[in-house]
Design a protein around this ligand. Sequence first.
Ligand SMILES: NC(=O)c1ccc[n+]([C@@H]2O[C@H](COP(=O)([O-])OP(=O)(O)OC[C@H]3O[C@@H](n4cnc5c(N)ncnc54)[C@H](OP(=O)(O)O)[C@@H]3O)[C@@H](O)[C@H]2O)c1
Length: 250
Amino acid sequence: MVHRLWPDPCPLDDEALTAAYAVSDRAGTHLRMNFVTSVDGAVEVGGFSAGLFSHGLPRDADLKVFGLLRMLCDALLVGAGTLRHEGYQALRLDRARRSWRRAHGLAEYPTLVVVSSALDLMASNPALAEAPVRPIVLTHAAAPADRRAALEPVADVLTLGDGAVDLAAGVERLAERGLRHLLSEGGPHLFGALSAAGLVDEVDLTVSPLLAGPGADRIIAGAGHPPARFALRHILADDHGTLLLRYTRP
Ligand SMILES: NC(=O)c1ccc[n+]([C@@H]2O[C@H](COP(=O)([O-])OP(=O)(O)OC[C@H]3O[C@@H](n4cnc5c(N)ncnc54)[C@H](OP(=O)(O)O)[C@@H]3O)[C@@H](O)[C@H]2O)c1
C-alpha cells in the first residue's frame, strides 16, 4: 500500500494515486522526468536501475508509479543509451490501463520517442520493431545517413539541429503531432540535456532505502548548467521505506 505522508496524510488507492500524478492542464505541454535513486544518490547498482532494489527490497511501489506515469503520457522519451542498456521492450500497457486511456481521450498506447546522435540502434530492436504505434527517433543532420535509412522502415526519424539534437525543437515537433505530455525515463545524459535546455517541468523521484556506496553516477550528467529551483508537490511512501517524491516548477 502506498501512503501519502505530505500533504494530507492518507492511504492512496489506485484512483487516488492516479489523481496524485495527474497534470491539470492537458492542453499545454508538460515534460516529466522519472528516476530512481539510492539514499546516497546513485543512479544504478550493478550497472542497472533495477539494482537499486536489490538486497530484498520490494520494488512494487516504484513499478506501480512507473506504470502509472506511462499510462498518463502521450509519449515516452528515452535516450538511446538507456534503451540499449536497460533492454527496453515494446511499449505495451495492460488492458485496464489502455481502457483508462481511451476513457480519458488519450491514444490507446503512448508513442516511444528515442533521442540519439549516433543512431546506434538496430531496426530489429523489439522496442522499435514490435511497437504498437510507430516510434519516433529524434536526431540531427550530421547523424550517419546509412543508420538513418536502416531505421526509417520502423520509425519516423526527425532531424532537429545540425550537429546536435535541438531538444526544444523536438518537443515542439512532438506537440505538433499531438504528443504534448511527455514522460522521460532518462537516462542521465538525456536528463542533463533536457534540463540544460530548460525543458523539464517535473521530476518524479523514487528514493530506494539503500546505501549504494561510491562509484555510481548521479541521475543527471553532461555539461554543467545553472541550478533550477523546484517545488515539492507530495511525499509518498510504501511499507518498506521507499519514498516517492514529486517536484514541479514553482
Ligand atoms: N535510476 C534510474 O532511474 C535510471 C534511468 C535511466 C537510466 N539509468 C542508468 O543510467 C545509465 C545510462 O546512462 P546514460 O547517461 O548513458 O543514459 P542516456 O542518457 O539514456 O544515454 C546516453 C545516450 O543516449 C543518447 N542521448 C542522450 N541524450 C542525448 C542528446 N541530448 N542528444 C543526442 N543523443 C542523446 C545518445 O545515444 P547515441 O549514442 O545513440 O547517440 C547517448 O549516447 C545506465 O546504467 C542505466 O541503467 C538509470
